[in-house]
Design a protein. Structure first.
Length: 91
């Protein structure tokens, strides 16, 4: 049988150990979207100063923007294929 009180005590002791050792030692920061290195909070866009990360982030943003445009185009075509016949029948 598992002793629930003992498990709770162990969990409490471990969480206290983790929070006490981590408090005040790590400065607030963000992480680079590409390489996940720590960067300043004020960094915008959220990439480090490495040129490879900057280039990859620019390429990723361009791809996201293009995919968003294509999504709206196909959504419009799909919606028109259902709404178009209804509108044409009512004329």
């Amino acid at each position: 049988m598992v002793d629930a009180k003992k498990v709770k005590e162990n969990i409490q002791r471990m969480t206290n150990k983790v929070t006490s050792s981590a408090s005040g030692k790590v400065q607030p920061h963000k992480h680079c979207r590409v390489c996940f290195r720590p960067i300043k909070l004020s960094a915008e866009p959220r990439v480090c100063s490495d040129q490879a990360c900057i280039d990859r982030n620019a390429r990723d943003q361009k791809n996201e923007r293009q995919m968003r445009i294509w999504m709206f185009v196909f959504l419009g075509i799909f919606a028109f294929s259902f709404v178009g016949p209804v509108v044409l029948r009512s004329l």
